[in-house]
Design a protein around this ligand. Structure first.
Ligand SMILES: Cc1ncc(COP(=O)(O)O)c(C=O)c1O
Length: 429
């Protein structure tokens, strides 16, 4: 250790002796947003979105229309991540023990600000799966015989853990199929009807933006109805936060699982769990951890991917620079571009609504009458092999399997036009 550092340590100025990790503020080199440009106007500004797209690396061998798995990092976030990785690898325990706790807390506080909640209402996790498993499995207010509800649009792992409540808590687990075609009112009615039919309903899983057809669930309305009946909801907003102009209190729910590596563009391995203040005791501590009201005792405590969490504030900064309302408007424009054209093609069934309240970046389609899992895999394969377009098959909807299309904020319109051309050809054959 060099003499200066030793002197600082002896003098107790420990933090001053440690490597500086926070880094300078990042900014994307984007054209200024014209004064008064609304998100819908900016959504059509080619120069602006080309400048955004220039901040990302893109695959050269395929048109990548599956941007719902996780969100690529913008290059400045990637570079920051690489620097943090090198720093952590070099400084090892010296960094991790001495400085990481404060940096981790700063990342948590930055996430809480963006989510619109207090820092002590969230805990960072490795993703939405971990967050939701903690919330669903840990929810301890169920008595044997109470009812728990999920829907066909929910995510497979979350359905699995919800079903497990039968063995774990003795609950009766029931499910509904969200109507198709779906509308704002018929979706709310489906949940209201389930609440009326199941008087012992105590807990519902609600997926804010589902990964099968991309519908935005009217979560706040459903949560309000649930609250009136004393039913708790756990919201899966793996796809909501970051692409929709919302914060967590808008959901009107006390529990939510969040992804930060999808639409925020943080490195893979970053999410968060939200528990409204005053409700932590309703979620069990993680595997025998000390009970108490610190939300951090609800998740796994092992060694984490330090660099991923350290890069979260940078990803949030870039997200804020573009602006979530602008991202949402651009994604909607891209989604509508292919959805509306595909609706006009005979032989293509589009699983999407035109109601902007229900619209996310994600939407799906199938060949009319071809709803088996094998059909959706064959269609996805055909798009890759014959047209160089990657869109992923999805199953699990009560109406059958489909192929999902998800542009990112960096996707050019031309990629969606190529998809529509391909669909015309596929439908003809
Ligand atoms: C609706 C939904 N919930 C939860 C998850 C789980 O997210 P992760 O795998 O990042 O933990 C996903 C992943 O795609 C999802 O689509």
């Amino acid at each position: 250790m060099n003499p200066q550092r030793r002197a600082l340590l002896r003098a107790g100025s420990l933090a001053a002796a440690l490597p500086f990790t926070a880094g300078a503020a990042l900014a994307l080199p984007l054209p200024a947003v014209p004064v008064g440009a609304t998100p819908d106007v900016l959504a059509t500004n080619q120069a602006y979105w080309q400048a955004v797209a220039a901040q990302y690396d893109h695959p050269a061998d395929v048109i990548q229309l599956d941007n719902a798995f996780w969100g690529s990092m913008a290059r400045p976030v990637l570079e920051h991540y690489e620097q943090q990785l090198a720093m952590v690898n070099r400084d090892n325990a010296w960094y991790a023990r001495m400085r990481f706790p404060a940096d981790f807390e700063a990342a948590r506080a930055a996430a809480a600000r963006a989510l619109g909640v207090a820092t002590d209402e969230i805990v960072l996790t490795r993703g939405a799966t971990e967050a939701l498993q903690v919330l669903i499995a840990g929810y301890n207010r169920l008595q044997p015989g109470d009812t728990v509800l999920y829907a066909d649009i929910d995510y497979d792992n979350m359905i699995t853990v919800t079903r497990w409540l039968q063995q774990r808590r003795g609950a009766e687990v029931v499910h509904i199929a969200v109507p198709e075609p779906f509308t704002h009112d018929n979706v709310i009615a489906a949940y209201a009807d389930a609440m009326a039919r199941h008087p012992k309903l105590k807990l519902m899983l609600l997926t804010h933006v589902n990964h099968r057809n991309g519908m935005v669930l009217p979560v706040a309305e459903i949560s309000r109805l649930a609250r009136e009946r004393g039913i708790d909801v756990i919201v899966d907003t793996a796809h909501g936060f970051g692409q929709l102009d919302m914060t967590i209190p808008d959901l009107q729910a006390d529990f939510a699982g969040i992804n930060l590596h999808k639409w925020i563009g943080a490195p893979v391995g970053v999410g968060a769990a939200y528990i409204k203040r005053g409700r932590v005791a309703d979620i069990d501590p993680w595997l025998g951890e000390k009970a108490g009201d610190d939300i951090r005792s609800r998740v796994h405590t092992g060694t984490v991917n330090f660099a991923a969490y350290l890069s979260l504030p940078k990803a949030l900064e870039l997200h804020a620079q573009i602006g979530v309302a602008n991202k949402q408007a651009r994604l909607r424009l891209l989604r509508n571009r292919w959805v509306e054209a595909a609706r006009a093609i005979d032989g293509i069934e589009v699983l999407a609504s035109s109601d902007p309240r229900l619209t996310s970046a994600i939407a799906s389609f199938r060949l009319t009458g071809k709803s088996s899992v094998a059909d959706s895999y064959a269609l996805s394969k055909q798009l890759v092999q014959q047209h160089g377009i990657f869109a992923v098959p999805r199953d699990g909807l009560a109406s059958g399997a489909c192929v999902r299309v998800t542009p990112g904020i960096f996707t050019p319109e031309s990629h969606l036009d190529k998809l529509v051309d391909a669909l015309r050809k596929v439908a003809r054959t």
